[in-house]
Write a protein that binds this ligand. Structure first.
Ligand code: C2G
Length: 156
């Protein structure tokens, strides 16, 4: 008896793609045969009050190239999830636990799973570190690099 392929969908910004995103997508692939990822457009992110560093066209290309991902679509609105689940015949909706409970209304259409997040990393944290680094005056950074270079040479 041929069992139908199981299909799972998730939604996200995937800005500054990092190990937290990769762990989630890898987990999805272990849960289903087909992994569909809806990547938030820049316009949709403005509605989430999320300013992305990497533009949508690049974010969706990066996600598309992840070996665990079978298909990518744009996430343009909060309302599209029900339509997507029907259109792509989805069995499971999955997303990180930071959204726990927010999408229970989808249980009417498919299984809803909230997955553990990867601790210690987030696009917000990466942006903050980048901002701190960029706020250091240029000459101070050069001084720091000189010191590091001297230390490196001493250790040779
Ligand atoms: N994630 C994770 N561990 C992290 C960071 C993120 O597991 N350290 C997961 C999130 O829980 C989410 C996915 O990676 O399931 C994408 O994270 P974001 O890009 O931050 O997604 P978000 O902006 O929250 O968009 O309609 C739903 C929204 O579009 C979700």
């Amino acid at each position: 008896m041929i069992t139908r392929q199981k299909r799972i969908i998730t939604y996200g910004t995937f800005d500054m793609f990092h190990i937290g995103h990769l762990n989630l997508l890898k987990r999805l692939k272990s849960m289903a045969d087909t992994v569909i990822v809806a990547v938030s457009t820049d316009e949709f992110n403005l509605g989430k009050n999320k300013k992305t560093i990497i533009p949508f066209e690049q974010r969706i290309k990066i996600v598309e190239c992840i070996k665990y991902v079978d298909m990518v679509i744009p996430e343009k609105s909060w309302e599209q999830k029900v339509e997507d689940i029907k259109k792509y015949d989805v069995d499971i909706f999955a997303i990180g636990k930071d959204w726990e409970g927010k999408f229970d209304f989808l249980k009417e259409y498919c299984e809803v799973v909230y997955l553990d997040r990867t601790s210690g990393i987030s696009s917000t944290k990466l942006k903050k570190s980048l901002k701190t680094l960029l706020s250091i005056p240029h000459d101070e950074l050069l001084k720091a690099f000189d010191i590091l270079e001297t230390l490196r040479k001493d250790l040779e």
